[in-house]
Every structure is written in structure tokens, then in C-alpha cells.
Design a protein around this ligand. Sequence first.
Ligand code: FAD
Ligand code: NAD
Length: 460
Amino acid sequence: TEYPNPTDPKKKTVVILGSGWASTSFLKSIDTDLYNVVVVSPRNYFLFTPLLPSCTVGTIDIRSLVEPIRFITRHKNNEVKVYEAECTEIDSEKKVITIVDNSEVKGDNATSTIAYDYLVVGIGAQSQTFGIKGVEEYGCFLKEVWDAQKIRTKLMDCIETAAFPGQSPEEIERLLHMVVVGGGPTGIEYAAELHDFLVEDLTHWYPELAGKIKITLVEAMPNVLPAFSKQLIDYTESTFKQQNIHLHTKTMVKEVKEKEIIVQGPDGVKESMPYGLLVWATGNTSRPLVKNLMAQYPETQNIRRGLAVDDWLRMAGTNDIYALGDATATKYAPTAQVAAQQGKYLARVFAQLHATEYYEAQVEEAATPEEKAKNMRRLQKAQDIKPFHYSHQGSLCYIGSDKAIADLPFGPGNLASGGVATYAFWRSAYISNLFSARNKWLVITDWTKKTFWGRDISRE
Ligand code: FAD
Ligand code: NAD
């Protein structure tokens, strides 16, 4: 064919887009004896996002949270092709995708096409800015490895610049004002990590400056962490108060400039907030590729939040495209827990799809009525695919000073807990969920290292 395929012509080809929670979970479980599998992702690794906020201040090293995607593929029964590339176009009529090498090093050929029988879209989402002026240009997001690196570098730069001789008191105050926008779990965990870094390390390294560092969290709604139970919201807000993190609720950011943020408080008055570092964490929006795909199906794809899928994760309006994780708009929150469960589930759907085709052929070819009846029964069983069912394991969030909060399903109700003991639980839950034994070892080592020697303040 004109398209490169790692194919066994007898098998159908599944192309997986992305190497995040959803796609990696699917890849782990998909049976390569049944399908040819191709992975396309602009990053050649899986990232354990729940501990990413810890990388922004050096509590954990980034290398401890990533694992190459080839770590999974090399253990599969059959060869899986992995292309480090971005999918830029999906031609659902021809069943072909276009991929582009957007990395720094490019060969003579940086564009290609891949044909698929089934496409699995697990490309996640991107950070939401609501089109607010200046956010892209001056703010830092917190989603990928390079975001955490950028935040860490910029934070240390602000502090070193404040220490530069002759800096005016106002300029020092501005440079040392760290603003977080968005009181969801990402913003809260980042502010908490920053607080710990300030109290545990910066006070020793920069005794004359540390007292002037100010952390502010801006949230549009009346309170932070809307998805958590009321008592844990109150506990988080009071802990933040003790930690001297300034909380501005009911406050909207109107514009971001190079050195100041224009905010509008609950009284409707606009004011200027001079800042050194801005971390922007106001949730998700669809990636351009998802928007393009939706535009191809205007009748069925009309939820702006993401791809509409049925209970079997098939994209509405299509027969051969499946979608999962943050790229979709479902009744579930865009979390790693949901994405991982969907990935595992979808691999089972694919096993049943294969069985369906197999028994359809067997029914056709059956030599005797008995054989036909037997294969009919097997076919019916294969066709009976159970819809996706999400099992919630609970929500956790780190809030600083070795304290965490947890909402855990307990019988028919919910068990809410917060404090230092919950933090011990938080740690063990994340350790047990880390990708590999190597990751677990590295994270435990990072935590131990921090306990003995503190965090590293060198700029990257
Ligand atoms: P992602 O994990 O974002 O993966 C998307 C993949 O697609 C990436 O590999 C990306 O490189 C790739 N990609 C992007 N564009 C293209 C393209 N054009 N072509 C091909 N590939 C593409 N959830 C929890 O449940 N618990 C937590 O504690 C938690 N903590 C979090 C902390 C932070 C800081 C963040 C940012 C998120 C956290 N989440 C947590 C949410 C969780 O990370 C997401 O819900 C999850 O990553 C979604 O998985 P996904 O596979 O859909 O997307
Ligand atoms: P989010 O959508 O959970 O929270 C965004 C917050 O920003 C909301 O509180 C919202 O009211 C606020 N906001 C929106 N626009 C604003 C504006 N213009 N000005 C000020 N505030 C504004 O986003 P997130 O925290 O990035 O999380 C994304 C997803 O990842 C969620 O599903 C979350 O549950 C998950 N996550 C989970 C964890 C965890 O479990 N520990 C950690 C991080 C992320």
C-alpha cells in the first residue's frame, strides 16, 4: 500500500493517539495477537501527572515520574510501532491520519500518513485560558514535564533577580509575588508545594528575602476545590490561612500584562496585582485536533467540552473511531482514574470486537446446523459488550505542611479526612500507583533525599 503499516495483513490495524493515562492503559491491555498496533505521540513517554506539582520546586525529580512508552511495547507479544510525532489531521473517510515530527531534530522527511482500521483518540486536553489576554504569553501552565521545568526555572530567576544589587523595594516585592490562578486541585497542590519550599528551604538559603515572598491564589468561585466535600474545603482554606497563602475568591482575572495582573474582585472593582511568577491552572479545553474532528461531525458532535462518545467509548457519528480520557466529554471528571479505567475497558471491547468478527465468519462457514447453532451462541456472547462502568476510588489532594485531604467512597457514603495521617495515606496511594518499580524506587529516594538535604535551588 502507499501507507507504511507494520502489518500482518490478516489482522486489523489499531492506531493509538497519545501516550498519557488513557492511551497507555489501553496499550498495556490490548492483545497484539489480535491486532496490529501503532502508537503516535509527540512525547515518547508516559508521565505520572499526580506528582507533577512536586517537580515544580524539586521535591521530586522529573525523571522519577516518566517511563518510556517502549517500556510497554517491548514486552508485547508482537511488534508495536511507536512514532514520536503529532497527529495533525484525521481523514475519517479514507481512514488515514497525517503525522508530523514537531520535535527539534527533523530528518528530510517530517510528515507521513498512516492508515487505520480503528483509531483510538487519547490525546488529552490543553490548558484553558478563556482567551484572556496575556495568559499564553506571560503565564506558566502545569500539565507537562516542560511546564514544571519552566516554573522551577522562572521561580528561581525571580528570587535571584530580587537579590540583584540596587533593586527597589517595590520591584523586590513584585518579583517575589507568586500568583496562582485557579483553585482546583492543580492550583492548590502547586501553591502547597511552593509554600513548603519557601518554609523548608528558601528561608535558609535567602534569609533576607524569604520573608518577603508572598503566595496568592486567585479563584473565580466563592470557594476552592469545588469537587471536594464542604468540610475539606473549609479545612483547606483554614490551612492555607495558617500557611499565609493569600486566598482571593470570587475574583476574576481580566488581563495579564508582563509585570501586573488585572483582577476584578467581588465588589466589581478592577485592580492591578504586580507579580513575578504566574501559574495558570483554570482547567481544560479541547485540543485543536479534537475540535477539527468534531467539526467533521456537526450533527453528532455538539458538546464543546470534547468528543461525544457512547457507553462503549465509540465516538458518536462514527463506526471505527474510539475516544477516551480528557479528550472526551462524558459525565465523569477529566481525571487519570477515569482515563486509566477507560483504557483497560476499551481493550476488552476490542477483544470482543475481534471475537464478533471471528464468530460471524464461523457462522457463515459452518458445515452443519449444530455447528452453526454453536457458533451463533458464541457470536451472541461476543456481541454482548457491557457498557463502561466507572469505579471511583476517591479523591486526594496535597495542601501543604505534610497535610493532605481525601474524599473516599465508604459503603454507600463518603469518608472525608484531612491532616498529616491522610498525607501518609496520600503518599502510599501514589507510590502503589506509580508506573514501574523503577519509578517507585526513584520517588522514595527523592523524598528521602529531600528529608536529609532539602531541595536543590540551582536553576536548570
Ligand atoms: P494525557 O495524560 O494528557 O495524555 C495525552 C497524550 O496525548 C500525551 O501523551 C500527549 O503527548 C498526546 N498528544 C497530544 N496531542 C497529540 C496529537 N496531536 N497526536 C498524538 N498525541 C497527542 N488525575 C487524577 O485522577 N488524580 C490526580 O492526582 C491528578 N493529578 C493531576 C495533577 C496535574 C498537575 C495535572 C495536570 C493533572 C492531574 N490529574 C489527576 C488529571 C490527569 O492527569 C488527566 O485526567 C489525565 O492525564 C488524562 O489522561 P489522558 O490520557 O486523557 O491525557
Ligand atoms: P479544575 O477544572 O479542577 O479547576 C479549575 C479552577 O479554576 C476551578 O476552581 C475554577 O472555578 C477556577 N477558575 C476557572 N476560571 C477562572 C478564572 N478566570 N479566574 C480564576 N479562577 C478560575 O482544573 P485543574 O485543577 O487543572 O484540574 C483538572 C482536572 O485534573 C480535574 O478533573 C481535576 O480533578 C484533575 N486533577 C486532580 C488532582 C488530584 O486529584 N489531586 C490534581 C490535579 C488535577
